[in-house]
Design a protein around this ligand. Structure first.
Ligand SMILES: [Zn+2]
Length: 550
């Protein structure tokens, strides 16, 4: 990969001297300023287009690996806009990589598309009101990232086409990010081998970016499946060996061991399969763990402890540990200083959206609903956060963009489509995600991202500097080694049963952008809707009891 830096230098030099005047460093910094103003106007003019993408993906509400409607919609949209799309990437049915343009550089835009179990929520209503009870929903806000990336890409493409600028734009989805389950496979499949820069985007509550190690963790997520022997649990329990016992013993054993692990670690589990019915000694059971730590050796060691606890549980219960399957993995991320500083300049230029008093009232009501601080929406633009010290890296989340960040210079744009101070991975985080808050946040994000994309497209020296940082500062002491091995396969069957259960009912709520101006329109939600004075949570007014109530 690092060879491409040199390839770039040569290409940049040739273009600057002989072909056409695109090296902004050498010639026309003022031209870049003009183009950036144009980008802002182009994206301003696409507000409805951006909002429609946010709403459409929100309405599909698909869990990881089952993003079939979402991916179909996005692939069609990108093909209609001149992109070439490769589908089924890395053996993942809902994964695709879209490319437009030719020549160098190749700049890659990625963002997640999956959502959260049991987070179904009527948008625009500041209290818990599922659209479909028990169904998944966008309780992380992953419905907004593609709107940012695609709007940004199409605006830059328009200028590149008009000016005849060389370069390629690549767009890809973070499939099953909530399972941190695909990006290491994208890397393994070589999807970033000819990529120069990755501009990632993730929903947040301010317009911001950062560089250095991420505050959070990396992780391995693994499913431990035990095999026992079935017997009549009443008639002949001594004949049986319970796989569910092994699952319980592993959980108990891990929780004893927890006291003697590094304080910085985090781990959590769910019993994925606890057996079928009580009168049958479970012959099969599974427990699913997330093992989080701060760096690669620590994560690997933590996972190894999990494995030994699992073997102990099998021994105690007279069962066998049949399979340890890696469902997901993520390196702790490291973001590129040069990209982040460039992005930050564009962030300062673009600024935050203009929130109305309705937006702020709605945000405070949502915060109140989940006992969060009632701060409303961000009104101060965030400043570029410098690299954290090891002691400052106290957060617990992870994102498999980490794996990509150790292969290509990468930074993340966080954009203000959601409300600050919510619990995360919760229906409350879906409340704003198809409202004017999400729409405005996505437009603002698209402006900052488009300007950054153009910066790297026309300034070869900037690409070179980003690789210098990547090679000399970020990567001088660390060698990327994936957690997945050559025989690991993506867990593409995950969530299929849940989506099969809910998809029909959810499809009644798919957004029809030809008939309605917005998803709120389609749902009949007036914005903002707060909890009724009598305490009920409904989309109708109190006097319309029984009509709008769900
Ligand atoms: Zn996310």
């Amino acid at each position: 990969m690092r060879l491409f830096v040199f390839r770039h230098l040569i290409a940049g030099a040739l273009i600057a001297t002989a072909v056409c005047p695109i090296s902004m460093e050498a010639q026309q910094p003022a031209q870049l300023e003009v183009w950036k103003s144009e980008l802002a106007d182009l994206i301003e003019g696409r507000r409805q287009f951006t909002a429609n993408m946010v709403d459409q993906i929100f309405s599909y509400g698909e869990l990881g690996f089952q993003e079939f409607e979402t991916s179909r919609y996005l692939v069609d949209l990108l093909r209609d806009n001149g992109f070439t799309v490769e589908e089924g990437v890395a053996g993942i049915p809902t994964a695709w990589f879209a490319t437009w343009g030719s020549g160098e550089p190749k700049i890659s835009l990625g963002t997640d598309i999956d959502n959260i179990p049991k987070a179904s929520q009527t948008p625009g209503v500041a209290c818990h009101l599922p659209l479909v009870e028990g169904a998944p929903g966008h309780g992380e806000g992953h419905n907004s990232g593609m709107a940012v990336q695609i709007t940004a890409a199409l605006a830059v493409k328009e200028i590149m086409e008009r000016e005849g600028l060389p370069g390629q734009i690549q767009i890809w989805p973070g499939v099953a990010e909530e399972l941190v389950a695909t990006k290491a496979y994208y890397v393994r499949a070589g999807m970033f081998e000819d990529v120069d820069i990755v501009l990632y985007a993730h929903v947040g509550s301010n317009l911001s970016t950062s560089w250095g190690m991420t505050p959070g963790t990396g992780l391995v997520s693994a499913m431990f499946t035990f095999e026992g022997f079935a017997a009549h649990a009443g008639g002949a329990p001594w004949r049986g060996r319970s796989a569910a016992d092994a699952v319980n013993l592993m959980e108990v054993g891990w929780n004893f061991r927890r006291e003697h692990l590094r304080l910085q670690h985090r781990s959590h589990s769910v019993i994925y399969d606890g057996g079928d019915q009580p009168n049958v000694v479970p012959s099969e059971a599974s427990i699913w763990f997330y093992f989080r730590e701060k760096n690669y050796p620590q994560i690997r060691d933590l996972f190894a402890i999990g494995d030994s606890v699992a073997q102990g549980a099998a021994l105690m219960s007279g069962t066998t540990l049949r399979e340890v399957r890696i469902i997901g993995s993520a390196w702790p991320g490291h973001f590129n200083r040069v990209i982040a500083e460039t992005m930050s300049e564009n962030i300062q230029r673009v600024g935050l959206p203009e929130w109305t008093e309705d937006d702020q009232r709605f945000a405070r009501a949502t915060q109140r609903e989940v006992d969060g601080p009632e701060t409303g929406l961000a009104t101060q633009i965030s400043q570029l956060r410098p690299a954290l010290t090891e002691a400052q890296r106290t957060a617990g989340f992870a994102d498999d963009i980490g794996d990509i960040s150790w292969n290509v210079p990468t930074a993340t744009l966080s954009f203000p489509s959601n409300i600050p101070g919510l619990p995360g991975h919760n229906w409350a985080n879906a409340i704003a995600m198809a409202t004017p808050i999400a729409h405005k946040g996505a437009t603002q994000g698209a402006m900052a991202q488009a300007m950054t994309l153009l910066d790297f497209m026309v300034r070869p020296n900037l690409v070179e500097s980003a690789w210098d940082y990547f090679r000399d500062e970020q990567g001088s002491e660390v060698q990327y080694e994936p957690f997945i091995g050559p025989s690991d396969e993506p867990a593409i069957e995950m969530n299929r049963v849940i989506m099969d259960q809910f998809r029909d009912e959810m499809s009644e709520y798919y957004f029809d952008s030809e008939q309605y101006d917005s998803y709120l329109d389609q749902l009949g939600v007036s914005y903002p809707t707060l909890r009724q004075p009598d305490g009920r949570c409904t989309i109708g007014s109190v006097s319309e009891q029984g009509t709008g109530a769900r």
